[in-house]
Design a protein. Structure first.
Length: 628
């Protein structure tokens, strides 16, 4: 590839950026925190769901005696917590960072009056509870769930009572085991370096939903832009009448105008389901620059009435690779990603509001990024909704465990596949990252079992979702012929040094000429570079503490990969790295570390409370230098 001329971005050295137009979302928590519907790609009308966020009873069980003493039968717990915020966060009303491995929740709730005697079924949904939990309703055990980052539901129809209070009790275990997928949640009391305060228990919305006896419960959308087709698979649950002829009415619209309407007949494949493929000629394609979305309305009918109505949306887009490049909608697309940890002041893994989720995406785009690598977190679905709506490509990543055993593999795989199933329909998602930097698989170079485990997870990921890219072990120690992308984590501080480190590889394209990164090889021994697109999927990490934030940051210590004295040096250093990528020429993109500071880690473009350290327009202009 011919090197393109590099534009020199002039920095005004006499003025400083004033970030008034990017003030953080600081709205307080109302009586109903996080009132928004949590699942925008599978939503029902407002009268069919009841938000259960807010004040719950709460208790620590540090002795681990609650189950043996029957705390699930207690009428009340003495403490109080604001759901959906973890007890470690200040927004929970507790703000206790100590290690508490066993906790209890309780609350009373009543069904809305119009739900009583309605013939509906009642589903109790939890967006996420970290890590293991068990539920009782009105003194009867409902079920249990393991996995801290994915949703689960229980049918509580037979347990709840109309016109009187119902009692719900939730028991949670969240220990410090390194075998447990935990992402950036530190297993010690005090956070340090790039590991942060833990999130235990409920950390996403809890809600109750009223559905028909027979209802829709699953949607999978697959788009094929080359054939101008979109395919649907729609699952059902509940009590189907074997003598009934069910049908599903499908309506697709764009900008409020109907562009397809028809019906799918039911088919019996184990459980009753619906499916079909239809043509959308001259479809508008989804991209970060033009995030066009089609609205979808599904109505389940029997011979007499409509039983269930679900609304969703989809985007027509295609992700592929060709000739060492990543393609979006069949066109080479240079990835300018930002690493996003998904931590929020006051709430840790839980944003204070839907506006805070949206603002992070708007800020990323203001800095000139067209995508984000959501790092070590399966993010709140509302964030993915805004990425779809506003236009931001996303890498979805599994939170790592930090030790491996054959017994730890099944829960890891179950949670990872659950995340893929949850998020499959989001057009913003372009790649899956099951492993990062050999975390939890530290002996991958010598241990054939760990190698086999990575290959198995990659194969399962591709089987469940063949439409997206898969990175086997992001950053280094890639297996042979396993990853769709060759990704490199390199925190070289200046562009001149980066050019020197990769000069030989630029000429030869031989894997043995790639430098070590963090004392590890980019590819495992015997693995060959076969022309996969190359991305610097972590780089930069330049630390900068603005004068107004210095006191606050240094209370916790400050940590990053390299340091800048002030924002002028920061811009110079950032520009040198982006120019180096352009001169090297072989990169299909980059992911800069990172969007925001998090606790003691101060290498964000934004402070932890979302104030830009430098003018986003300057960074956006620099980012445009890199590309094909």
């Amino acid at each position: 590839m011919m090197e393109q001329p590099v534009e020199v971005v002039e920095i005004n050295k006499t003025t400083r950026f004033k970030p008034e137009s990017f003030l953080a979302v600081t709205a307080g928590i109302s009586e109903q925190p996080r009132p928004d519907y949590p699942r925008m790609d599978f939503r029902r009308e407002a009268t069919s769901w009841l938000n259960l966020n807010g004040k719950w009873e709460f208790a620590f069980d540090d002795g681990g005696i609650g189950l043996s003493e029957g705390w699930q039968k207690q009428r009340h717990f003495a403490g109080q917590i604001t759901v959906p915020f973890a007890f470690q966060s200040s927004l929970s009303g507790i703000g206790d960072p100590d290690l508490h491995d066993y906790i209890w929740y309780g609350r009373d709730f009543e069904l809305p009056q119009d739900w009583a005697n309605s013939g509906k079924r009642f589903l109790l949904h939890f967006g996420a509870v970290d890590y293991y939990c068990k539920l009782w309703v009105n003194g009867r055990e409902v079920g249990e769930h393991r996995g801290g980052h994915i949703p689960f539901s229980f049918d509580v129809t037979e347990l709840v009572k109309a016109a009187e209070p119902n009692r719900m009790v939730l028991y949670v275990e969240d220990g410090q085991s390194k075998f447990q997928p935990r992402g950036k949640q530190y297993w010690k009391r005090q956070s340090e370096t790039c590991f942060y305060t833990r999130t235990s228990g409920i950390w996403q919305t809890v809600w109750l939903e009223a559905v028909a006896e027979f209802y829709l419960n699953r949607l999978r959308v697959q788009t094929e832009i080359d054939q101008e087709e979109v395919s649907f698979e729609i699952g059902t649950a509940g009590r189907a009448d074997p003598n009934e002829n069910y049908r599903l009415e499908v309506q697709i619209s764009l900008d409020g105008q109907t562009c397809w309407q028809g019906s799918f007949e039911a088919r019996q494949e184990g459980s009753l389901s619906f499916g079909g493929t239809l043509t959308l000629p001259q479809a508008r394609l989804w991209s970060p620059e033009n995030p066009d979305l089609y609205d979808l309305r599904l109505t389940l009918h029997d011979t007499q009435q409509a039983l269930d109505i679900v609304e969703s949306y989809f985007g027509m887009r295609k992700i592929s690779i060709q000739n060492g490049r990543v393609l979006l909608n069949n066109q080479p697309y240079y990835l300018r990603l930002i690493l996003d940890q998904g931590y929020f002041p006051g709430g840790l893994l839980t944003a204070s509001s839907d506006e805070a989720l949206r603002q992070d995406i708007e800020l990323a785009k203001a800095f000139g990024f067209n995508g984000a690598r959501k790092h070590q977190k399966i993010e709140d679905p509302r964030w993915l909704y805004w990425a779809d709506r506003l236009g931001l490509l996303v890498w979805g990543e599994m939170p790592s465990a930090y030790e491996w055993s054959s017994e730890s593999e099944p829960p890891f795989v179950e949670e990872w596949l659950g995340a893929i199933a949850r998020d499959y329909n989001h057009p913003c998602l372009m790649a899956w990252v099951p492993f990062n930097e050999s975390w939890g698989i530290e002996q991958i170079e010598q241990n054939p079992q760990q190698q086999a485990f990575v290959r198995e997870v990659v194969e399962l990921t591709r089987k469940l979702d063949p439409s997206r890219l898969v990175i086997d072990n992001d950053g280094w120690q890639h297996l042979d012929q396993t990853s769709d992308l060759l990704t490199i984590h390199d925190y070289t501080a200046w562009g001149t040094t980066l050019l020197e480190r990769y000069a030989t590889f630029k000429q030869t394209k031989q894997a043995e000429q790639l430098p070590l990164v963090s004392r590890k090889s980019v590819l495992l021994p015997q693995a060959l570079y076969r022309g996969e697109p190359i991305l610097f999927s972590e780089f930069g990490g330049i630390s900068l503490i603005p004068p107004q934030a210095e006191t606050q940051a240094r209370l916790h210590g400050d940590w990053g990969y390299s340091n800048s004295a002030d924002n002028l040096q920061f811009v110079e250093q950032y520009q040198s790295l982006i120019e180096a990528l352009q001169k090297l020429g072989f990169s299909s993109g980059f992911c800069y570390t990172q969007l925001t500071d998090v606790e003691q880690e101060v290498n964000g473009l934004l402070t932890y409370d979302r104030h830009p350290k430098v003018d986003p327009a300057i960074i956006a202009r620099i980012n445009q230098v890199a590309g094909f």
